[in-house]
Design a protein around this ligand. Sequence first.
Ligand SMILES: *[C@@H]1O[C@H](CO)[C@@H](O)[C@H](O)[C@H]1NC(C)=O
Ligand SMILES: *[C@@H]1O[C@H](CO)[C@@H](O)[C@H](O)[C@H]1NC(C)=O
Ligand SMILES: *[C@@H]1O[C@H](CO)[C@@H](O)[C@H](O)[C@H]1NC(C)=O
Ligand SMILES: *[C@@H]1O[C@H](CO)[C@@H](O)[C@H](O)[C@H]1NC(C)=O
Length: 655
Amino acid sequence: MKLFKFRFAIATLLPLVPAALAAIKSSEDSSAINISNDRLSFSVAKSSGSVSKLSLDGQNLLGTGRGPYLDCHCVDSGFWTPGNGATYKLFKGTDGAGQEYAGAMMSHDYQNTGKVLEQYWFLRNGETGMHVFARASYNNSRVPSGGDLGEMRQLFRPTSTLWTHLSSSDEMYGPIPDTSGAPTVQDASWYVGGKKDHPYVKQVSDYFTKYMFSEEWRNQIAHGMYGDGSKSNDGSAFGAWLVMNTKDTYFGGPTHSDLTVDGIVYNYLVSNHHGNGVPEMTNGFDRTFGPQYYYFNKGAKGTTLQQLRSDAAKTVTTNWTPFYDSIAQHVPNLLPSSRRGIFQGTVSLPKGATRAVAVLALSGADFQDNNKDSRAYQYWSEIESTGSVTIRSVKAGTYRLTIYADGIFGEYTQDGVDIKAGQTHAATVTWASETAGTELWRIGTPDKSCGEFRHGNAKSTSKTLGMREYREYWAVHDFPNDFPNGIKYKIGTSDLTKDFNYVHWSVFGGKANYIRKDPYYTNVNNWTIAFDVTPQQIAGKTNATLTIQLAGVKTSAGNNDHADKAWNDLPYTVVVNGKQLPTWTIPSQHSSSCAVRSAATCYTTGHKFEFNAGFLREGGNEMILSLPAKATAPEDAVLPESVYLQYDALRLEVA
Ligand SMILES: *[C@@H]1O[C@H](CO)[C@@H](O)[C@H](O)[C@H]1NC(C)=O
Ligand SMILES: *[C@@H]1O[C@H](CO)[C@@H](O)[C@H](O)[C@H]1NC(C)=O
Ligand SMILES: *[C@@H]1O[C@H](CO)[C@@H](O)[C@H](O)[C@H]1NC(C)=O
Ligand SMILES: *[C@@H]1O[C@H](CO)[C@@H](O)[C@H](O)[C@H]1NC(C)=O
């Protein structure tokens, strides 16, 4: 799928939304900017910076709620919602495809510190959605650092009972839970199972955490809410979706994951959730995020969530190029197509590679760290089975090309890939997979995820909708109960879906564990891997290499890059047949709050333990993988205090 280009196809006529022909109407006074076409109408309130009224075919979509609107965690006091005291502008025009449009802009300088947030909403004729952009800038030479842009997001936040279901992806959906009066089990997580007859409890889980509905950006297209018609004016079903039609102004590359919907439909532009990096607002910082598309649709009574979802997803292929080129004059930093080029690659992949992807991101850096440069843009595209890959609409500039694939350890990188405006950059790449000799064994599939292990991607059987187990509130996967003797994994006979847990804990239970309230230590932090070696396998071998790739690791730094606490940097040790290898100290910057935030993949990292092959012996061998025992650090929020890690894959090679 290539979602990151403005397609040059004829705009598809959507089955549920006939194209409208009536003109755009717009008006402005001291309290509001109103914009409408013949189906969708909205009002931006100048007192709050929010869309305060929104209707589709006369149906109020917000109730007394609001949004889309913008907020950030970027000022000394924490969160800031700009708007009250902001300046506003109304834009009108006709785009390159001859469609009329109108747009509203809000710009607010935080206490005249030079920290400016801007929000843009555009409505185009014939469409029932808003094209949104958000800009953050900082201009203050007296205070060179404005601090981190810790979080920035757009929110569609209705109060209306119109909405009955949440959906973050094709496979993840369910009725909206009722958390009123429910006990908090963890930060932003509740036990809702007390209401046994509630549809959410019957279909999804006894617990609800907003992180259950988080998704990885790689293939994300649309997420949002559905109203089944039980509460609409005329029985029609409704949908409210955030469509990611471009992803180049987000950070963190295709592995970035974040919240999508929890009763609010989010467009998370920046956050540190799941260990994501955030940019620092230094003097001169100026970045515009978007476009993304808040899309609203409607179907006759009985139209399903899946039908409205798939209609929303189809809009991603709409050709908005003439429109975005036309509005670039109103949106600072929005690059028209004339300033973009094409990457065309032919990739020879290693044998066994599946689901290969090519990424263009900040040159000289891991794409997970592209937040370090506030001007960094990012692109990716799936590589076809022929090895061909095309990435369109790439901002002219110099990039690192990264290629990775399921089934292959390591990745291919090449810096200095130069994309020129209006040109096609052709590249031929041969990716030879990394090797340190002959492979003796591997555990798991390198795919940046712990999904193949116990409680990973397997679907829960406790409720009818069967969500993937890693999304569940983690405490239900009770480690002492599942592994009373700890992990003893025998290569060749053990089953990784049963005998290898998705999380390697130091401690299980205690704070934020609603089920096991006392910490449990026995046989938790040390895992044993047993394997047999034949004389032929080690004959003449001198060097052994144990590669460990992690899908995530939580040091005491959690989602931050640093913590002034024990286990900020986390020592991880391996003992081979009684001989301890040099410790791997996992740095705090690689930490993420992952499994406890319902994720099987977060900030990924890894290490190679190189050791004397003489440590291996003919016959039975044993390797102990250890986190320090009882390694906890205090958490201010209701969160588990144990450090832990999540394996992606491991392998042992000899040369
Ligand atoms: C905007 O729309 C509201 C109703 O939604 C109306 O009360 C208000 O007068 C309108 N303002 C302008 C400037 O048209
Ligand atoms: C930054 O602030 C200075 C001083 O107030 C001003 O002259 C300059 O135009 C500002 N730059 C931007 C990009 O707003
Ligand atoms: C874990 O393994 C390490 C290394 O073999 C050992 O020193 C330690 O005593 C073990 N800890 C526990 C709690 O079993
Ligand atoms: C073993 O490792 C040493 C030190 O890194 C290296 O010099 C040597 O070439 C390696 N030998 C083999 C067979 O890989």
